[in-house]
Every structure is written in structure tokens, then in C-alpha cells.
Design a protein around this ligand. Structure first.
Ligand code: DX5
Ligand code: ZN
Length: 219
């Protein structure tokens, strides 16, 4: 399994977005995590498709992972794919037919994943295990960066790893030098870190530190 580190753009200095994006790319991180929020799904708002397109224009070679915190992701999948989303994550709690939308993400040329909120039991993913490229286990309540990591979510990672050994399993929320190794130990191989990475003067050193802590390559 390739271990991957993903800075979350939500924590970037928005006044210097292009520079921040390039700083994340130059850090050696594997992809940029772009958080899209619908205020009927989470108590906040963030970016839209134009920001995904901005990332494609400013850093074309930096893989774009798009996390749709939306009730009706089905209404926007095409727009995000056209804007340059290369992997698209939709919540199991969303109000749409997940089988259909997971298939549609692949048809649009992106990899798919299902996201689980902290209070959602992992067994809810059982019917989709044959149809997903990845799973994202939220380790905070979605809506804001800078929250505390909820370690109680880690057994879900271990359950998923046991059920589907080749699955990409991501954690998102509160990721830092202490919590990411715990998630790796539970079986995750993709790690989002927003506020931890963007607050670093030397993001490259921080990414290298995380890689050293989780063990670099293929298991
Ligand atoms: C939370 C978002 C996360 C967030 C992570 O709603 O989905 O991706 O940006 O930020 P940190 O790493 O600061 O918790
Ligand atoms: Zn996210």
C-alpha cells in the first residue's frame, strides 16, 4: 500500500492561495485535499468547482482529491469532474443513491470513495465494498479545520482494512505528528493534514517527518 500525505487547502492562507498550493506541492505531499461544503450538510461553507479548476491551472501535476461534504453530491459530480477533480469522495450520509453515484464518479474518469462521519457505524459501508476505490474515515466532525482528532474512530479503519486489504483508507481531521502514526497503525494509508502542515514554516520537513513516522512505501 502506498502511504500518502494530503495537505488540506482549507487551512491555507487564502490571500496567497496560489503560493500556498505551490508550497504544498513542493513539500513532496502526494495530493491536495480540497474540501467542498454545503451548509445544509455541515455548519459552514468553503469552496466550489472554480477552486478545483484554479488548482488545476496553478499546479497541474498536483493530484486533486475532492471531498464533497454535501447532501446532494449527485447534482455536482459532473461539474467537479470537469473542473479537474481526480478523486471524488461522497458521504454515506448524503441524500442520493450511492451505488449510482459511485459508478458515475468512475464513468467521469475519477476514482471514488465513501466517507463516514464519526457517529456513523462502519458497517454502513458493507453494501458498497465491492464498488469503492477508497474509504475516508472522518476523525473530526466535518465542517472546520483545526479540531481535535477523535481516536475512537480508529477501530473503523481496522475493520475496513480487515474486510478489504487493498482498499485505500484515508483519515481526515486533526492529523498531525502524533495522531497520523496512530491511524497508520490502525491500517490507514492516506492521511489528510490541514492546520498541522500549513502552519509549518518548513512544510517539506514536516511531510518528511510524517513519512518517517508512518514508514514510507509499500506494505
Ligand atoms: C473538515 C475537513 C478537513 C479539514 C482538516 O471538515 O474535511 O479536511 O480541512 O483540517 P485539520 O487537519 O486542520 O483538522
Ligand atoms: Zn476533508
Amino acid at each position: 500500500m502506498k502511504m500518502q500525505i494530503l495537505p488540506s487547502l482549507l487551512a491555507a492562507d487564502l490571500g496567497r492561495l496560489a503560493e500556498e498550493l505551490k508550497r504544498a506541492e513542493a513539500s513532496g505531499a502526494d495530493a491536495i485535499h480540497i474540501d467542498i461544503m454545503d451548509p445544509t450538510f455541515v455548519p459552514n461553507m468553503s469552496f466550489g468547482p472554480s477552486v478545483v479548476d484554479f488548482c488545476r491551472r496553478e499546479a497541474p501535476g498536483f493530484f486533486r482529491n475532492v471531498h464533497l461534504m454535501m447532501n446532494r453530491p449527485d447534482l455536482y459530480l459532473e461539474r467537479f469532474a470537469k473542473a479537474g477533480a481526480q478523486s471524488i469522495q461522497i458521504h454515506v450520509e448524503a441524500d442520493c443513491d450511492l451505488h449510482t453515484e459511485l459508478r458515475r464518479i468512475r464513468e467521469l474518469g475519477a476514482t471514488n470513495a465513501i466517507v463516514l462521519n464519526p457517529e456513523t457505524p462502519v458497517e454502513r459501508l458493507e453494501p458498497y465494498l465491492g464498488e469503492i476505490d477508497g474509504a475516508l474515515v472522518m476523525t473530526v466532525h466535518p465542517g472546520f479545520g483545526g479540531q481535535k482528532f477523535i481516536a475512537d474512530c480508529l477501530p473503523k479503519v481496522a475493520w475496513l482494512r480487515g474486510r478489504k486489504p487493498g482498499l485505500d483508507i484515508m483519515i481526515d481531521g486533526g492529523g498531525d505528528a502524533e495522531t497520523i502514526p496512530l491511524a497508520a497503525k490502525a491500517g490507514a494509508n492516506q492521511f489528510v493534514a490541514g492546520s498541522y502542515l500549513f502552519r509549518q514554516a518548513d512544510m517539506r520537513a514536516a511531510v518528511e517527518g510524517l513519512r518517517a513516522a508512518i514508514g514510507g512505501g509499500c506494505a
